[in-house]
Design a protein around this ligand. Structure first.
Ligand SMILES: Cc1ncc(COP(=O)(O)O)c(C=O)c1O
Length: 419
């Protein structure tokens, strides 16, 4: 039976929370699911969610595109399992981690709409992208099409690989102010040729916040026999994903961003039917020539077992809130932020489109007549607001489930004061 929002005093919850974490139980159980009770008092529910995080009081963190805190249930589980290993590093004591890793893989698979055999647990998006880039058989005559807004780990990494192996990389630009999905589909489709072997793009751009219509792009690529790599660093944990339905061949994400999981953890999704085309970049103990799924990308030597348990606890935490509810909340916060800046600061400009279908939870904008490097510092030093500076002339704010609407209002006021 779930508790209502007001029935959970924070101090008591936290004590129980820690006890549960130490015992390796679903520590976030004290957070009630988002339900009718929560809908009655929306902001009280989200304040309770915030209380699950050790974020310093008075600090407004809106930096999910870069790094997120983990809830207590996750960080305490990582600490407790690390301590357990340090207390008894015998093989016998660590035997349990095989089962926990299998549970983590199954939970991650369910969370992103995939099969457990399609999920490799890797270090981060960078590693996942590079596993795909270096693992595919490509050579002279082959072409790879990427977005000119890709992150270096899916742009420079392609260039380096192309230099060595002789294939060609083409960059596609999309309109600065897209108005509907075809604006973001046509430029890619026009660049695909019979020589194109891979289409690789960020699901949501980390520099503009533009969201590409991944499903449509993957469908188009598939009809032409082209493999797709979707860099999900800005959507894994933020959007309710269904990778099977998205139709990509490969998808990557970092646990330490929107997913709010342990640091230096990530996923590499490999569609079962495409696994045969991918060679592992790392081969270690446990390698089996018969591997024909994502497992072959995980013979990575000794793992951080506690981190992997942390991934499992993170899915449990997100499950309590609900994937759809969490996405709706981050979108609502971003919409309120965009709207507030637009209404309050005349001359503010946005790289992120206002339309929900063309954006996610990220807001990238510029303020008129403002030195953005100074503004970025002043937000943190004078106003305790953590965001990001993009290209020296834009700010990026990424509110998440641990933010409240009051914080959004405060940020808008502070920004208006800076102008
Ligand atoms: C779109 C995108 N891809 C990849 C990365 C790299 O993530 P990580 O450093 O966790 O590997 C980032 C980081 O911001 C990103 O925004």
């Amino acid at each position: 039976m779930s508790l209502s929002v007001r029935q959970v005093p924070h101090a008591l919850s936290r004590r129980r929370f820690l006890q549960r974490a130490t015992l390796g139980m679903a520590a976030a159980a004290m957070l009630p699911p988002y339900s009718a009770a929560a809908r009655d008092d929306e902001e009280a529910y989200w304040r309770l969610v915030r209380d699950q995080f050790p974020i310093r009081r008075g600090f407004t963190l809106m930096n999910a595109g870069n790094l997120c805190p983990s809830p207590y249930s996750v960080s305490e589980a990582v600490v407790a399992h690390t301590r357990d290993i340090d207390t008894d590093a015998s093989m016998q004591n660590r035997e349990k981690f095989k089962g926990l890793a299998a549970e983590a893989r199954a939970a991650l698979a369910r969370y992103v709409g995939a099969r457990p055999s399609e999920i490799a647990i890797v270090r981060n998006t960078t590693e996942g992208n590079n596993q795909v880039i270096t693992g595919l058989d490509l050579g002279p005559g082959d072409e790879v099409v990427i977005w000119d807004q890709n992150h270096p780990s899916c742009a420079v990494a392609w260039d380096v690989s192309a230099k060595r192996r002789g294939f060609t990389v083409h960059r596609v630009s999309t309109p600065e102010a897209p108005t509907d999905p075809p604006d973001l589909i046509v430029p890619f489709v026009e660049r695909l040729t019979e020589r194109t072997r891979v289409l690789a793009f960020s699901h949501v751009s980390n520099i503009t916040g533009v969201a590409l219509p991944a499903k449509a792009l993957c469908a188009r690529a598939r009809t032409l026999g082209i493999l797709t790599l979707v860099d999900g660093a800005q959507t894994f944990g933020a959007h309710a994903l269904d990778l099977d339905a998205m139709g990509c061949d490969f998808f990557t994400g970092s646990a330490h961003k929107w997913f709010m999981g342990p640091k230096e953890g990530g996923i590499l999704y490999v569609r079962q039917a495409s696994a045969k085309q991918l060679w592992p970049a790392v081969v270690g103990v446990g390698w089996d020539d018969a591997f024909d799924d994502a497992q072959k990308l995980e013979t990575l030597g000794q793992r951080d077992d506690a981190m992997i348990v942390g991934l499992l606890r993170t899915v449990e935490f997100l499950d309590i809130i609900g994937r759809d509810v969490a996405e709706a909340r981050t979108r609502a916060l971003a919409v309120a932020l965009k709207q507030g800046i637009r209404d309050t600061i005349s001359g503010a400009t946005f790289k992120t489109p206002p339309q929900a279908a063309l954006s996610g939870g990220m807001v990238v904008f510029a303020l008129p007549g403002v030195d953005h490097e100074k503004a970025f510092e002043s937000l943190y030093q004078q106003h305790s607001i953590g965001g990001a500076l993009i290209g020296g002339d834009h700010l990026r704010l990424c509110p998440h489930v641990y933010n409240t609407m009051e914080e959004v209002e405060r940020v808008i006021e502070v920004l208006a004061g800076i102008v």
